[in-house]
Design a protein around this ligand. Structure first.
Ligand code: SAH
Ligand code: DHB
Ligand code: MG
Length: 224
């Protein structure tokens, strides 16, 4: 039996933008043995809108998987636009590269393979990247989310946006006694987002094809 919120997700998708332009990514990721944990189509569409809203030409993604969310963001960018996406797993990176190439988005997405903390540290000392990122989407190993948020605050320009996926986890985020590193990571990331004076931050719960979860959304303010 499909959950009613899955049916509603599909209805909302069909009503607002129709078929998933990147459905083939999910098929080939499945065939390649990748876990089916990519963002939902309606969330992909929301990422596209956010990228368009901040006129992004440089996006950083932490956690590539099969390239599904990267594709949604890359399609929102002009010919000069670039998504730099970070992935630790070489097989995931290979599947993503092939998916993106097939979709004609290969030139707009650069996959950097390795632990994201290392890649982010390198970006922080690259003057062509630090402070110039328009949008950061954090969606990898949740235990490192506080570190990823710290890097994102250094990398994203004033007026840019930071998004952190999976911060609710069927409500587990409020379990104060949890020793699950994923929950601790999400709690730490939320607390950190709330602690930076230059951020206007919030988090929204979601239900849909992926069940009950949520994401944090923060704006790096241009002014006080
Ligand atoms: N953003 C993708 C889903 C990412 S799933 C989408 O919506 O389409 C999380 C990904 O993060 C997995 O591919 C996993 O291999 C990767 N990952 C896990 N730990 C990581 C780390 N330390 N550094 C970089 N990537 C990591
Ligand atoms: C998991 C990771 C995700 O990024 C997600 O959106 C859903 C689930 C996971 O690791 O289980
Ligand atoms: Mg996720």
């Amino acid at each position: 039996m499909t959950e009613p919120h899955s049916d509603v997700d599909l209805f909302l998708q069909q009503s607002t933008f129709g078929d998933d332009p990147f459905a083939s990514f999910i098929e080939s990721a499945k065939a390649g043995g990748l876990p089916e944990i990519q963002v939902s189509p309606v969330f992909g569409r929301a990422l596209e809108i956010l990228v368009r809203l901040c006129h992004a030409s440089l996006v950083v993604e932490v956690g590539t998987l099969g390239g599904y969310s990267a594709a949604w963001m890359a399609r929102a960018m002009g010919p000069e636009g670039k998504v730099i996406t970070l992935e630790i797993d070489e097989h995931h990176a290979d599947v993503a590269a092939e998916n993106l190439r097939t979709a004609g988005l290969g030139d707009k997405v650069e996959i950097r393979v390795g632990p994201a903390v290392d890649s982010l540290a390198a970006m922080e000392s690259d003057p062509s990247i630090a402070g110039k990122v328009d949008l950061a989407f954090i969606d990898a190993d949740k235990s490192n989310n506080p570190r990823y948020v710290g890097f994102a605050v250094d990398l994203v320009r004033p007026g840019g946006v930071i998004i952190v996926d999976n911060v609710v986890r069927r409500g587990q985020v409020i379990e104060e006694s949890s020793d699950d590193p994923n929950i601790l990571g999400s709690r730490g990331a939320l607390e950190l987002l709330g602690s930076f004076p230059q951020l206007t931050a919030t988090a929204l719960q979601t239900v849909g094809v992926k069940g009950w979860d949520g994401f944090a959304l923060a704006l790096v303010r241009e002014t006080e």
